[in-house]
Design a protein around this ligand. Structure first.
Ligand code: FES
Length: 114
């Protein structure tokens, strides 16, 4: 697998938790790295408090981190292990989720090792 997208220079995390820090931790993975979110997080919040952005646009290759935060713009897609596209701003985080910044399935073959 290529280097994870967040390793590029100049990327900084722009979303920081300022309250509700006592919620139950939930472990999930993003691009093969185990990370911790909190019960009640959307997938978008759980990822963006740990990484500078969610994915890169498939055409412009520019970083994407969501835009509307209400399920309308389609800027917050991530993918699950089966290659299903997930709207991260409106999907609750669940323990054990395996999520990816690109589809793990390309032409019927897994693109990521599980
Ligand atoms: S941020 Fe717009 S649909 Fe998720």
């Amino acid at each position: 697998m290529d280097k994870p997208h967040w390793h590029e220079e100049g990327n900084t995390i722009i979303m920081h938790r300022v309250q509700e820090l006592d919620r139950t931790p939930i472990v999930f993975s993003f691009d093969g790295q185990d990370i911790t979110g909190f019960e009640g997080d959307s997938i978008l919040i759980a990822i963006l408090t740990r990484f500078p952005y969610l994915r890169k646009n498939e055409f412009s290759h520019q970083p994407r981190s969501g835009f509307c935060l209400m399920g309308a713009c389609q800027e917050c897609w991530v993918w699950d292990q089966q290659g299903e596209r997930i709207r991260s701003c409106s999907t609750p985080l669940q323990a054990g989720m395996e999520l990816f910044s690109t589809s793990p399935v390309i032409q019927g073959e897994p693109a990521h090792e599980s």
